[in-house]
Write a protein that binds this ligand. Structure first.
Ligand SMILES: [Zn+2]
Ligand SMILES: [Zn+2]
Length: 121
């Protein structure tokens, strides 16, 4: 493949913004891709920023997936705790709620961990 601007030069890569072939003289290496020097540098820089941001969001997702189950488990612990505090016989509802929350939290935790493992492999 030849450079878009220089027929006698071999292209070293493609501009990330317009996809044209670029030789060493025409290419601006922006770390995560090439850009037409002086033409698409700004555009490719912002494209790279978007890519980096979405990668950060993706990496943060598994951690967020663990927060919800832990919150539900904490709710369960509070309900069970208050159930014991007031006496099981007198606050069966609270204890039942606590057990339901705890089971739901555990199921969410196991399911989210399975998803997390699948993403990783
Ligand atoms: Zn370009
Ligand atoms: Zn060139």
């Amino acid at each position: 493949m030849q450079c878009y601007n220089h027929d006698d030069q071999n292209a070293v890569g493609l501009c990330k913004a317009c996809g044209k072939g670029l030789c060493h003289d025409c290419a601006a290496d922006l770390g995560h891709g090439l850009a037409c020097k002086g033409v698409h540098e700004d555009k490719v820089t912002s494209l790279n920023q978007i890519t980096t941001k979405s990668a950060e969001i993706y990496n943060a997702a598994p951690k967020n997936a663990l927060i919800a189950p832990l919150f539900v488990l904490a709710m369960g612990a509070i309900f069970i705790g208050s159930g014991f505090y007031y006496g099981i016989g007198r606050s069966t509802l609270s204890t039942t709620m606590g057990v339901l929350f705890a089971v739901y939290g555990l199921v969410m935790l196991v399911r989210n961990r399975a998803l997390y493992g699948k993403d990783r492999s």
